[in-house]
Design a protein around this ligand. Structure first.
Ligand SMILES: O=C(O)CCC(=O)C(=O)O
Ligand SMILES: [Fe+2]
Length: 292
């Protein structure tokens, strides 16, 4: 049995995230990226900020190729020494812009609600895998790490940054790293693409009132491959600027992830994947994703 990810869509209504907030988050993102570069660079992402903050178009790298997007990256905050050497790279406080006003409060409210929703979805997934609803709590994801990427993709007619997009690959093909991603994308542009099992790229068009939900690498390991962390990419071929706010629900930062017994039983007892420490996986991705 194989459960393909990404095309699972969860209706936001009834899950505790007001549609007005879903839209406010995208609108304020658009306002931030509309600001002049000098304003945006005030919260520049660097290794010294724990890889938190703003990166301009082309600074994010996927598999060696610059992505045609700008973004603010935020992570659950890690206090100094909290995870020893493992957490060092990601230590730091998030960098929130002061302009537009209310940006931080809105995003923090959004993160809290996405965390609650994701925990509930993970309980459903745990049940579907034949486990207890609390399979992904405690040492696995009881203290779930989260990531928020606030992203803007220039349209082909021109970038808002001084740099023009060199191509239309907004984000190169990749899988997400953790458990689940809730993608809140502009309603009127189809740009997100998923590779299906025949190796074809198919569109994941936005459906107003829903999130596209990706499955990440850690859920693939826990489920011993019953859930696939689907390859996806973003191609904005429209003339319009596109915004997306992607919330990533992860395991505990220091979780050692390996296939669950209940999943091994369903997949012929053979472990398809070795053990991975989520924090190590994240750090190795983050430190190869940027040019400074
Ligand atoms: O912009 C999107 O629709 C998805 C972005 C994405 O895949 C990511 O940030 O990991
Ligand atoms: Fe992604």
């Amino acid at each position: 049995m194989f459960i393909s990810s990404l095309l699972l869509r969860f209706e936001q209504k009834g899950h505790g995230i007001p549609e007005s907030l879903i839209n406010d988050v995208k609108n304020i993102t658009q306002k931030f990226f509309d600001l002049p570069y000098e304003e945006k660079i005030k919260i520049k992402l660097t290794p010294a900020t724990g890889y938190r903050g703003y990166q301009r178009i082309g600074e994010n790298i996927t598999k060696g190729i610059p992505d045609m997007h700008e973004a603010i990256d935020c992570y659950k905050e890690i206090q100094e020494g909290m995870y020893g050497a493992l957490g060092k790279t990601m230590e730091g406080c998030n960098q929130w812009p002061l302009n537009p006003p209310n940006f931080r409060a809105l995003m923090e409210e959004y993160v809290n609600l996405c965390t609650d929703l994701s925990r509930k979805i993970m309980r459903g997934i745990a049940l579907a895998l034949g486990g207890s609803p609390f399979e992904f709590e405690g040492v696995r994801a009881g203290d779930a790490f989260w990531v928020l990427r606030i992203i803007g993709y220039p349209g082909l007619s021109g970038a808002k940054d001084q740099k023009k997009p060199e191509n239309n690959i907004g984000c190169g093909a990749h899988t997400d790293y953790g458990l689940l991603t809730l993608v809140n994308q502009d309603d009127d542009i189809t740009a997100l693409e998923v590779r299906n099992m025949s190796g074809e790229w198919i569109s994941a068009p936005p459906i107003p009132g829903t999130f596209v939900c990706n499955i990440g690498d850690m859920l693939k390991i826990y489920s011993n491959g019953l859930y696939e962390s689907t390859l996806h990419r973003v191609v904005n071929s429209s003339p319009k600027y596109r915004v997306c706010v992607a919330y990533f629900y992860e395991t505990n930062f220091d979780a050692a992830v390996e296939p669950l017994d209940i999943c091994k039983q369903r997949t012929g007892e053979t472990k398809q994947f070795g053990r991975a420490v989520y924090g190590e996986h994240l750090v190795s991705k983050v430190t190869t994703n940027f040019v400074m």
